[in-house]
Design a binder for this molecule. Structure first.
Ligand SMILES: [Zn+2]
Length: 264
């Protein structure tokens, strides 16, 4: 179990990483960590996330009200609190403005190509949440259509939000989102993108299950057999168990037909 100091220090370390990686400019971005049902630590407003010290980290309650700390929480903490309300499996939220992912959010283009196994395993696809005025409830509300099926979200004309069972996981998801965006952009420039077929996706989903990767996953958004019993990749994972059933049904059906034909 981490001490309070270690938690605060880790928030500062991740803040420094997102700043060094260019995922946030100036004082942008915010990070939070859940330590109890009504206890959270978060980054302060008006401070660069690259230059934080543990004494700057604030303790807040589930409504985002300050319990402890000399600085004030970000007005964008509302979206973090909404995530914790809706997703009991989440213990950390990272919000940043990574430039290439944010450019996709500006162009209203979700990250929806199945091109990289790592990205498929981590986030699958990344949807775009409707534009909302910062600091209002519009942004938390905009997450709602996607919150139960995704761990990463693009915020229209704004940036990205990622979640995880740990702070490191939430940060790695953010890192993966920007990398996914970068490769999507470069590949589009080169031309001739070849996606990993749905038949291969089911293998990755099985792998995801075996690796016991925590969090939500949207499944394949493009499967030709989506919403039919033939679907091998099934949305809303971890429901990979639904896939073998589908193929078993198919085998049973074929066997039945073959047997029927032989008996004629
Ligand atoms: Zn922001």
């Amino acid at each position: 179990m981490q001490s309070v100091y270690e938690i605060k220090k880790e928030i500062c370390d991740i803040g420094s990483r997102i700043y060094q990686k260019g995922f946030v400019a100036a004082n942008d971005g915010n990070i939070s960590v859940k330590v109890g049902p009504n206890e959270f630590y978060c980054t302060p407003t008006g401070v660069s996330k690259g230059y934080m010290t543990p004494d700057m980290i604030i303790k807040i309650d589930a409504n985002g009200n300050k319990i402890e700390g000399k600085l004030n929480p970000s007005s964008e903490i509302k979206m973090h609190m909404r995530v914790y309300q809706e997703r009991p499996d989440v213990n950390s939220v990272v919000h940043a403005h990574p430039p290439i992912a944010t450019a996709f959010a500006v162009c209203n283009k979700p990250l929806d190509l199945h091109i990289l196994p790592e990205a498929i395993l981590t986030v699958g696809t990344v949807p775009i949440c409707d534009y909302g005025t910062p600091s209002t409830m519009e942004i938390p509300d905009s997450l709602m259509p996607y919150i139960q099926k995704h761990d990463a979200f693009l915020l229209k004309n704004h940036g990205a939000l990622t979640v995880g069972n740990t702070l490191t996981k939430a940060f790695f998801v953010m890192d993966e989102v920007e990398y996914f965006a970068k490769i999507s952009m470069l590949a589009a420039q080169i031309g001739g993108i070849e996606e990993i077929p749905c038949s291969e996706l089911v293998k990755l989903m099985d792998l995801r299950k075996k690796m016991q990767i925590p969090g939500m996953h949207p499944g394949c958004q493009k499967c030709d057999f989506r919403n039919t019993p033939k679907c091998m990749c099934k949305d809303n994972l971890p429901a990979a168990k639904a896939c073998p059933t589908a193929s078993e049904d198919l085998v049973a059906e074929i066997t039945r037909k073959v047997m029927a034909a032989m008996c004629k």
